[in-house]
Write a protein that binds this ligand. Structure first.
Ligand code: BG6
Length: 533
């Protein structure tokens, strides 16, 4: 049974229009890959929250597209629990769920059969007519990457791609991975742009939808006191960490073993964070200007050290160990992972940015699975004062050290317990000048006292509004691939075995050596969970 919705008949159980002029009243949403994990864990919950907060009008249909036969009712029922379990949604009553889910429909389709899209077109048009809509469409490709091209070919053949001068719009969202290396990303782009224009293509990087990631730009360019310091004159080095305690949960082994940490996180999320912290201020806060500046950073990326790739790029793979008090098996013993897999679950790199602002400042990047905690942070470490005028004696057991000023560090904590903090030295109270390091903190939870929006909420709303600022442009994506592809090829060509690290540790020894060679060391991110306990 299908239920049609229109503006007049729908009951509203959601907030009034949020009053910021951003509510969407004329669009339909098609999700390809509607039976997948992403749809249930991220997309439908995000759409529910957007609706609940008044950003999505009652007449907007959500059409799930997948291969299995299913009724609309069955499709709706699949998501109720996912939405109920969202911390941000609060309690979801049956009435609320009913009011939201009545705009959800299911369309069976073999996405790879590019000649079979006529029915999808017909039912979409019917839904739109019933809801009084004009044919604006968001198509979300939450599918495996092999289906990206067939899906676009299918909608193109069915006449669902509006011409340049049409009044209605089509925006197609691509989940990552967008390509496997430089050549495949270029090839995919080339094929897509035969059918879609760049402004119709939204390459998602969900890190850019995170509130704290967006705040990097505001913090840098909305204040005047920090920006003059963020350059080679004052910064010693920068560390960016995207650490995860999880391994191959949710049956991800198959995907992950084709991908690895470099393609899964470094090439996209981590390099995007690097861009935001290193880019120049844009002339205007517009998509084009921001992406132009990010592109300049990516194009200026360089190996952090002369010599072979192995000297500045390190790969690791987790062995058995213990994470958070729980035993964890080795990567090679995970489901769907070959026993002799050489896939990296950890990458660390020392990179440079060859431009006037950053020349000579190392950026240390690391990401990995089965590290001690889930934490993402950017730490900008400033140079030490030129003279050590103050010292203090610090003892651990019998061993005492004379400690001078610690370097000031500016830390963007992206997650969890989102915050920005600055460490500096103060005088320890007493009769002598003794140094004591302290931290000045801005914590989201104490200042704003509300849950931050999920990345997918913001990004879906942006696509519906046609704002591509937080999406990756093709030249950015290519520049990122251009930088990491030689590293992947070097590992492949030389059959480099990733160095083993125990699950629950901060990665392989060689990653530490990247820094210890220069008298530096990785920060151990403060475990905010333990602090709060
Ligand atoms: C995804 C990767 O893009 O990002 C996952 O495919 C990773 O492997 C995830 O776990 C991390 O995202 P978040 O938002 O949990 O930090």
């Amino acid at each position: 049974m299908s239920i049609s919705v229109n503006k007049q008949t729908a009951h509203s159980f959601h907030a009034q229009s949020p009053g910021d002029g951003l509510e969407i009243t004329d669009a339909s949403i098609l999700i390809f890959g509607a039976s997948g994990d992403l749809t249930s864990r991220k997309l439908i919950p995000a759409l529910y929250l957007l609706w609940k907060e008044g950003y999505l009008a009652d007449n907007i249909p959500i059409i799930g597209v997948a291969r299995r036969p299913k009724t609309d009712e069955e499709f709706r029922n699949e998501f109720k629990d996912d939405v109920r379990h969202l911390s941000r949604s609060g309690p979801v009553s049956d009435e609320q769920w009913e009011a939201f889910s009545r705009r959800m429909f299911y369309q069976r389709l073999d996405i790879s059969d590019v000649d079979s899209y006529a029915e999808l077109k017909r039912t979409t048009e019917q839904r739109e007519q019933e809801a009084g809509l004009t044919g604006n469409r968001l198509v979300y490709l939450a599918t495996t990457p092999e289906l990206f091209l067939p899906a676009v070919e299918g909608i193109h053949k069915a006449g669902m791609v509006p011409s340049r001068d049409a009044k209605n719009w089509l925006r197609v969202v691509f989940e990552k991975p967008f390509g496997h290396d430089l050549a495949s990303a270029q090839e995919l782009d080339q094929q897509l742009t035969r059918m879609l224009r760049e402004e119709q293509i939204y390459r998602i990087d969900h890190y850019l939808g995170k509130e704290t990631v967006q705040n990097i730009l505001l913090f840098r360019f909305g204040n005047s006191i920090f920006e003059p310091l963020l350059n080679r004159n004052h910064v010693d080095h920068v560390q960016i960490t995207v650490a995860e305690s999880q391994g191959m949960e949710h049956g991800r082994g198959g995907y992950y073993d084709r991908s690895g940490a470099m393609r899964d996180v470094m090439q996209n999320h981590l390099l995007q964070l690097l861009c935001l912290v290193a880019m120049e201020p844009p002339a205007l806060f517009r998509a084009k200007d921001i992406r132009d500046e990010k592109l300049k950073v990516l194009e200026a990326l360089a190996p952090g050290q002369p010599g072979s790739i192995g000297e500045w790029a390190v790969s690791g793979q987790y062995a058995a160990g213990e994470v958070d008090g729980t035993a964890a098996i080795a990567y090679r013993d995970e489901e769907r992972i070959p026993k002799d897999s050489r896939r990296e679950t950890f990458v660390a790199m020392e990179v440079g940015i060859d431009n006037w602002r950053w020349a000579g400042v190392p950026f240390y990047l690391r990401t990995g699975k089965r590290l001690p905690q889930r934490v993402t942070e950017i730490a900008v470490q400033f140079k030490l004062p030129p003279l050590n005028l103050f010292t203090t004696v610090e003892c651990e057991g019998d061993i005492c050290d004379l400690v001078g000023a610690q370097p000031n560090t500016l830390i963007f904590r992206i997650q969890p317990r989102e915050s920005i903090s600055l460490s500096f030295s103060t005088k320890r109270p007493g009769m002598q000048y003794q140094i004591h390091p302290v931290r000045m903190d801005f914590a989201y939870e104490s200042t704003f006292q509300k849950d931050l929006p999920e990345a997918y909420e913001r990004l879906l709303l942006d696509v519906l509004r046609g704002d591509s600022t937080l999406f990756t442009r093709s030249d950015e994506l290519e520049a990122a691939w251009k930088f990491v592809t030689p590293v992947l090829e070097y590992w492949e060509r030389n059959k480099i075995e990733p160095q083993a690290y125990g699950a629950g540790t901060w990665g392989p020894k060689r990653a530490d050596e990247l820094l210890t060679h220069h008298g530096r060391k990785w920060r151990v991110p403060q475990d905010e969970r333990k602090k709060g306990e």
